[in-house]
Design a binder for this molecule. Structure first.
Ligand SMILES: *Cc1c(COP(=O)(O)O)cnc(C)c1O
Length: 401
């Protein structure tokens, strides 16, 4: 094959499918359909069964399902007892819900930059951002890589803050052998269709705190309380329940999660190894406390100076042409969104003096514009040969740029 032919051939030939399911998933959903018990107004039955299974899997006392991962974060924050005007520390390199739920609780999101090695919230910057009004921190285990929870929990206890882990990328991941989501006061998960455990939509909060559990349990079910009457509403909640279809699917999907997570973790380590001597490509740093990375995304930092100055978006275009399921991720940090820049919060109140046009997090800015490349989780479920093909694709782009 001459150089021209090699260049025109796609390097990655496997196509990766998601979600993964078989007849067992189809059967449980069919059974729910046949039963006629589609909804679950008291969150018992299959919903409670899945909650117990997920809590046991995480090693947590309680788990509460709800409509989606955004609502899960919101309920955890509401239940933590935040008051209007309280400040909540969040990273700027994340999905919007991490910050928007703070505003929905009439609190102020305070954006704290990420660590350039991990792209997770930087504990040094957290400490600098703490004020007497700080009430909570929402660390995001971005891509499924655990945050520096030792330092975050130490800061939280020193300053009496609530920690809500956003584990939307991190089902089955762990830190010093403890499941992500169970280290802070509460942890939230998403079961949206792109996530590592999915039922189309859905969310869940884990906690070991019985008071938080009771409150979240009530808030997701229109403020009803255990032992109370149907027309008895104690708190300003809403209907955030999931259906029996979702719960049935989650129970069967959960059976696959541990093996899938182990596969992604092994593939992630292997791909990191394969890319070690590719100049201009640096996988994010995995510290030894990270006992299991879920690789919801395999992320690496791209340095265009080793690719003849090729801009990140062109590099991503080439990766996709080569068949690598990949993306350049967020084009700009969260605080740059119009909703924050113009404070388009509708009925929610934020103090006059808060001005997101003044926020600047240089590490997140650089990650978005120049550096961060994502390979998607379903591709990380492939074989070691697939990982080799990703590394080959990257080398090929480097040779032909
Ligand atoms: C997906 C996601 C959420 C919210 O989940 P939804 O189920 O889509 O509402 C929250 N945080 C992060 C980091 C996410 O990626």
């Amino acid at each position: 094959m001459n150089a021209g032919e090699e260049k025109s051939q796609k390097t990655v030939t496997n196509t990766f499918s998601w979600p993964v399911f078989d007849e067992s998933d189809v059967n449980v959903v069919t059974e729910v359909a046949r039963s006629g018990a589609w909804g679950n107004p008291d969150c018992s039955g299959l919903v409670e069964k899945f909650e117990k299974e997920f809590a046991a899997y995480c090693g947590s006392r309680f788990a509460i399902t709800c409509a989606n991962g955004s609502v899960a974060l919101r309920l955890a924050l509401m239940a933590a007892g935040v008051r209007p005007g309280d400040e909540v520390i969040v990273p700027p390199y994340t999905f919007i819900a991490t910050a928007s739920v703070v505003i929905e609780c009439n609190c102020v999101p305070v954006f704290v930059d990420i660590d350039p090695d991990t792209y997770n919230i930087d504990p040094v910057r957290i400490e600098e951002a703490i004020t007497p009004r700080t009430k909570a921190i929402i660390p995001v285990h971005f891509a499924g890589l655990a945050c520096d929870m030792d330092r975050i929990m130490a800061l939280a206890s020193k300053h009496n803050l609530t920690v809500i882990e956003d584990a939307a990328h991190a089902h089955g991941g762990s830190y010093r052998g403890r499941k992500l989501g169970t280290i802070g006061h509460a942890g939230s998960f998403s079961f949206q269709s792109s996530k590592n455990l999915n039922s189309g939509e859905g969310g869940l909060v884990v906690t070991n705190d019985e008071q938080l559990y009771d409150r979240i349990n009530s808030l997701r079910n229109v403020g009803r309380v255990k032992g109370g009457m149907w027309y008895e509403h104690h708190f300003l909640g809403c209907n955030y329940r999931i259906t029996q279809f979702q719960a049935a699917l989650l129970s069967t999907q959960l059976k696959r999660l541990d093996v899938q997570t182990a596969t992604r973790d092994a593939n992630g380590r292997y791909l990191t190894e394969l890319l070690r001597d590719v100049p201009g490509v640096s996988p994010l740093v995995r510290h030894e406390e990270v006992s299991r990375h879920t690789y919801h995304l395999f992320m690496f930092r791209y340095d265009s100076s080793f690719f003849n100055g090729m801009p990140k978006r062109d590099f991503v275009g080439r990766l996709i042409e080569e068949g690598v399921p990949s993306s350049g991720g967020y084009p700009y940090p969260l605080y740059k969104q119009t909703v924050f820049q113009e404070k388009n919060f509708m009925c929610y109140a934020i103090p006059e003096e808060v001005d997101y046009t003044k926020v600047f997090c240089p590490v997140a800015e650089r990650a978005c514009s120049d550096e961060a490349i994502w390979i998607m989780q379903h591709a990380m479920l492939g074989t070691p040969q697939d990982m080799e093909s990703f590394a080959r694709a990257i080398r090929k782009i480097q040779e032909h740029c």
